[in-house]
Write a new protein. Structure first.
Lengths: 294, 438
């Protein structure tokens, strides 16, 4: 009887396991084996013939452009973690109250998220354009002509411009998660605090914050994972330029694969990138456990 | 009972899912009519309509159906072709996008039919119709560095070259005779000073697409040091720190200092550059012959001409990138390889080439089709003798060196690097790559 139950249980999960194996485990295995090879993606793949051991990884450790791209993705992530999430939280707070037209605001704040990244990239590229961009036009008409610049061609502004658009595009889902989190907090807790004479700040500090910790953790993990993999926006706005100033890990992987036909090296970049993300997530989960206990 | 039902339901669902997946992988049902069909994959969305019309005409003439399948944009197409090569599902005719090295890999892997014999048949009737420069892009010579059996492996369906365009009205506005655009570097700088004084932008081009920088720089490398020295650099015999290369890099520094570049050129895509030039927002553009069609669409009244980039040296002639614009290859493993070759012969024949050229404003690959062309297009056609192309050099630079070279020039333009710094950096990358190979 017990064997039969176990068999049935396995049978239930079999389709999911199969799909997961085919679409996740096998590709990962393939990427890992390719990362140990030198292969151009065209010739027939022969593991023994193409095997070069860890040479791709050794080269990757010495690849300054790769690590520069990693740092640049880190910079965008930092901006997303702070400004994007702060904006999302503030707006979630605002919409959590009974305000007139609250639903409309929710839709508006969520709207950038549903727009295509390519479209967003191209529209903002046009806004930032040094020749006929709206931003420069506005700045000049408001008397700030000294601020007019080629926003995306200027190495000092390009990455920040891209980061800002990434935040604008992505704050919507943080907003929704924060809002959902805020709405799960029992209202009685606020009422009790109010009866005890707590100020708004005290209520935020002692009621909202502790109960929102799991939500903060979730949002920050998703922000890190999502932002480190930013790619389409950069491709449509700067293609990694000027020079290497807006390169991020995924654009480097693409460059190795498409421009240089180095599939093996691209896979080693993919594996390394995955490991870095895994490590970051691990540290963050540990940190959040500590925070919860504290 | 419920459990049994549930298990039965899950199993059924699984079997249905599996069957559907397997059916999807199976061969398609045979056409009852048994019409001979050739499948062609391409990425040229602007030529789709013309191709479909030609396919219709071909079916009427021969009874053979040609299915053109468009996969755009070109990046996605390039990936599709690679994936199809891995799964052995390439169509009868397809194009290979990429460098000569990629083309060689396709040939060595057995995916490309050698059409040399077909080209040479009837005393080279097919070969002689086509521009030699366009053919050379698809040709592998004796002792080529790619170790490919010498021969011709593709048929060009159009030709192209990259030149400078000048806006006649803007030149006139600053007192420059539009029939006598700048021929030398000094002239270009002088004209630009006049343009700058009137607040007109100088050169616009899509240098966010780095291959265009590569193209512009190698034009001047050929002009300053000649073909042999450029190729010797690629072979590793001459370093990029050579004074001639520094002269090439210094041209970009000078253009930056003189304010020749249009604003935002380093991240500009060519489409934006084309819009700026077409809307009289810049006096010069660096673009390919396809621009004639593009400008016509953007501004039919644009008054412009094409010219070779102004010479920076009188030591060697100005050489521009050009050759086959787009080429088609026959799949060696296709059962209809001969039919595919026959179709390529037909599409590169004069009547079809004239039709394609008229419809798309591209330069035909057939030498006998250069008639009734717009003036600017003939200017492009006349420069075909000055063309060269990396795919025809027989040697190719390491992709990472090309990247360091192009991105480095972007850095000069934004004032981050000096020509000397860039030369050193590119040479370092080159030496690293050579060491890896040894």
């Amino acid at each position: 009887m017990r064997t039969k139950t176990i068999f049935q249980n396995y049978l239930f999960v079999l389709p999911a396991v199969l799909i997961f194996s085919i679409f996740y485990i096998y590709p990962f295995y393939k990427v890992f084996t390719l990362s140990l090879c030198q292969w151009d993606g065209i010739a027939r793949f022969d593991f023994a013939g193409n095997f070069i051991g860890l040479r791709n990884f050794i080269e990757l450790f010495q690849d300054k452009i790769w690590w520069g791209a990693m740092l640049q993705a880190g910079y965008i992530t930092l901006i997303a973690l702070t400004f994007q999430n702060a904006l999302a939280l503030i707006l979630a707070f605002a919409c959590d109250r009974n305000i007139k037209g609250g639903h409309i605001y929710r839709v508006i704040f969520y709207l950038p998220l549903v727009l295509s990244e390519v479209v967003v990239g191209l529209v903002w590229k046009w806004i930032y354009d040094g020749n006929y961009g709206l931003l420069n036009h506005w700045l000049a008409s408001m008397g700030f002509s000294n601020l007019v610049t080629d926003w995306l061609s200027n190495p000092n502004t390009a990455l920040t411009c891209v980061a800002i658009i990434h935040c604008w595009k992505g704050f919507g889902w943080g907003f929704i998660i924060f809002l959902a989190g805020l709405q799960t907090i029992p209202r009685q807790l606020y009422e009790a605090a109010r009866v005890d004479g707590a100020s708004s700040w005290q209520m935020f500090k002692s009621v909202t914050m502790p109960l929102m910790v799991p939500v903060f953790i979730l949002v920050s993990i998703l922000t890190i994972l999502g932002t480190m993999q930013v790619f389409v926006l950069i491709l449509s706005m700067t293609d990694g330029g000027p020079g290497y100033h807006t390169e991020v890990p995924v654009t480097r992987i693409l460059a190795s694969m498409v421009d240089s036909s180095r599939f093996g090296y691209a896979c080693s970049q993919g594996v390394m990138f995955g490991m870095v993300l895994l490590a970051v997530s691990f540290v963050q989960i540990k940190l959040s456990k500590y925070m919860k206990q504290a | 009972m419920n459990k049994k039902l549930c298990i039965f339901f899950i199993l059924s669902l699984f079997i249905v899912f599996l069957s559907l997946s397997l059916v999807g992988c199976g061969p398609k049902a045979q056409n009852k009519e048994q019409v001979k069909t050739i499948k062609v994959w391409h990425w040229m969305s602007d030529r789709e309509k013309a191709f479909l019309e030609l396919a219709k005409r071909y079916e009427i003439e021969t009874g053979i159906r040609v299915n053109f399948e468009l996969y755009a944009p070109s990046d996605a197409y390039a990936q599709k072709v690679r994936a199809a090569a891995q799964t052995n599902t390439l169509p009868d005719i397809y194009g290979i996008l990429g460098e000569k090295r990629d083309f060689a890999s396709f040939i060595k892997a057995g995916y490309v039919y050698d059409i040399t014999e077909e080209m040479d048949k009837n005393e080279g009737a097919w070969k002689n119709k086509l521009f030699a420069k366009a053919l050379s892009v698809n040709e592998f010579g004796q002792g080529n560095s790619f170790e490919v059996k010498p021969g011709i492996y593709g048929a060009p369906i159009d030709v192209t070259n990259m030149q400078m365009l000048y806006n006649k009205d803007l030149l006139k506005a600053v007192g420059v005779d539009p029939s006598n655009p700048p021929r030398t570097w000094k002239d270009l700088v002088a004209v630009n000073r006049k343009l700058k004084a009137k607040g007109i932008q100088g050169l616009v081009s899509g240098w966010g697409e780095t291959w265009m920088i590569d193209c512009f720089a190698s034009n001047y490398a050929f002009n300053i040091m000649g073909k042999d020295k450029v190729l010797d650099t690629i072979r590793g015999k001459i370093p990029y720190t050579d004074p001639d290369w520094i002269k090439v890099f210094d041209l970009f520094r000078e253009m930056r200092d003189e304010g020749i570049f249009a604003s935002g050129i380093v991240t500009m895509v060519n489409k934006t550059a084309e819009q700026l030039f077409a809307n009289n927002r810049a006096a010069f553009a660096f673009n390919g012959s396809w621009c004639v069609n593009v400008y016509r669409g953007m501004n039919p009244d644009l008054n412009y001409g094409a010219m070779l980039p102004p010479e920076a040296s009188d030591k060697y002639p100005m050489t521009i990138w050009g050759g086959a614009g787009s080429s088609f290859m026959v799949n060696k493993q296709s059962k209809e390889a001969q039919l595919a070759v026959d179709f390529l012969k037909w599409i590169t024949d004069a009547p079809q080439q004239v039709f394609l050229s008229k419809e798309t404003q591209d330069l035909p690959s057939n030498k006998n089709s250069l008639k009734d062309m717009p003036m600017v297009l003939s200017q492009f056609a006349n420069a075909m003798d000055n063309t060269t192309h990396p795919n025809a050099w027989g040697v190719s630079e390491f992709p990472v060196v090309i990247e360091a070279f192009d991105k480095g020039i972007q850095s000069i333009i934004i004032g981050e690097k000096t020509p000397e710094q860039l030369a050193r950096e590119v040479q370092q990358v080159k030496e690293r790559e050579i060491a890896k190979k040894q």
